[in-house]
Design a protein around this ligand. Structure first.
Ligand SMILES: [Zn+2]
Length: 255
């Protein structure tokens, strides 16, 4: 029998299976993204001290199986891990669900993901005391995209390299360029672009590099920035995330 392995993990998705089992997808600190089956999860409070539900932060114990993709989850404990009390507020549920879905979409099974785990746990911890927060959403999007290899540049023109700052009047975000281009280069470019106000470009540059714990309550980029990030994410995933619409409606209503 393969040896038991252990790692801290955050549950991304879970569903019931057969009469008493759960099939769970988790982002782990040490083993990347794993899908596993927890036999008897609904009945055994002893082995599954922590419920295997989205947002659960657990010390996961599992064995790999010789065949098949699902690992065999033997235990899930609270250990000393921070818990994320997401489910007491609709705004938190909306933003938290979106963070889980975006992380899920950007991570591959078993790929190394220690930093993605760190970014997600920091974002979840930042989220818990607050509510749905536009700046935290944008900071998380920028940082998880950066982890996945899509570091976006909102300061330097992707064509000429200039950094015109507020003097530019506007910068133009181009999805296929992974960042902004300046007003001088804009007329030479056939691709569509989203016009960003200078303060939006500055806010996105700042949020991409600041600790997630400090993002909650910071000044977010405006609707032009939200639109730029949404278009970029939809473009690389080739779809809109299910949780995005609910989150957009919560943020619009000030939820
Ligand atoms: Zn330029």
């Amino acid at each position: 029998m393969p040896a038991e392995e252990s790692t801290p993990a955050i549950v991304l998705r879970a569903r019931d299976y057969a009469e008493s089992d759960r099939i769970v997808t988790l982002l782990t600190r040490d083993q990347g993204k794993l899908a596993g089956i927890a036999k008897g999860a609904k009945a055994s409070r002893h082995r599954f001290e922590r419920k295997l539900e989205p947002f659960s932060h657990v010390m996961l114990h599992f064995r790999r199986r010789p065949h098949g993709q699902l690992v065999f989850i033997t235990r899930a404990e609270a250990a000393e891990l921070a818990q994320f009390p997401i489910d007491e507020d609709l705004g938190r549920i909306a933003l938290g669900s979106y963070m889980l879905e975006l992380t899920d979409a950007l991570t591959a099974p078993e790929g190394e993901a220690a930093d993605a785990y760190r970014i997600l746990s920091e974002a979840m911890a930042a989220l818990s005391p607050g509510s749905a927060d536009a700046a935290l959403r944008q900071a998380f999007e920028l940082q998880i995209l950066g982890w996945a290899g899509f570091g976006l540049d909102f300061e330097r023109c992707r064509i000429c390299g200039d950094e015109p700052g507020a003097e530019a009047g506007a910068m133009y975000f181009v999805v296929g360029r992974g960042g902004v281009i300046c007003p001088r280069c804009r007329p030479n470019l056939a691709e569509g672009a989203i016009k960003l106000r200078p303060e939006t470009a500055a806010a996105l540059a700042r949020l991409g590099g600041s600790p997630l714990g400090a993002a909650c309550g910071a000044t977010p980029a405006g609707s032009d920035g939200t639109a730029a990030l949404a278009r970029f994410i939809n473009s690389i995933l080739d779809r809109k995330l299910k949780s995005a619409e609910f989150l957009d409606s919560m943020l619009e209503s000030g939820g």
